[in-house]
Design a protein around this ligand. Structure first.
Ligand code: HEC
Length: 85
């Protein structure tokens, strides 16, 4: 039983870690910015002209769903750069 648990945990870690580190920075945004939960990435692209504007816009959002994105500024900037490229 213990061995099985260990094997499962190891497997979960091995499969999860690369998936997280390989995902593009803007992929986290796409989960919500799909046009139904939040404005789609294309809408954001149309609304903001530079990555800096997009970051500023993202920080101004009062919606609690943006809290996690706002808390990780480095990630937010990387995602903005990826979205605007
Ligand atoms: C948990 C869901 C969620 C995630 C993840 C998320 N957002 Fe948002 N975002 C929202 C919601 C909800 C709004 C508010 C939409 C509204 O007010 O109509 C919003 C609003 C925004 C706005 C302002 C939109 C506007 O119309 O001006 C920007 C910019 C933005 N998000 C950027 C991002 C970026 C960049 C990421 C990835 C780092 C991200 N968001 C991740 C849910 C999310």
């Amino acid at each position: 039983m213990k061995k099985l648990l260990l094997a499962m945990t190891t497997l979960a870690l091995v499969t999860l870690i690369p998936a997280v580190s390989m995902a593009g920075d803007s992929d986290t945004c796409k989960g919500c910015h799909n046009g139904s939960v939040a404005p789609s990435i294309d809408t954001l692209k149309g609304k903001y002209k530079t990555a800096d504007e997009l970051v500023a816009g993202a920080k101004n959002v009062q919606n609690p769903m943006m809290k996690a994105a706002q808390a990780d500024e480095a990630k937010l900037k990387a995602a903005a750069a990826e979205i605007m490229k």
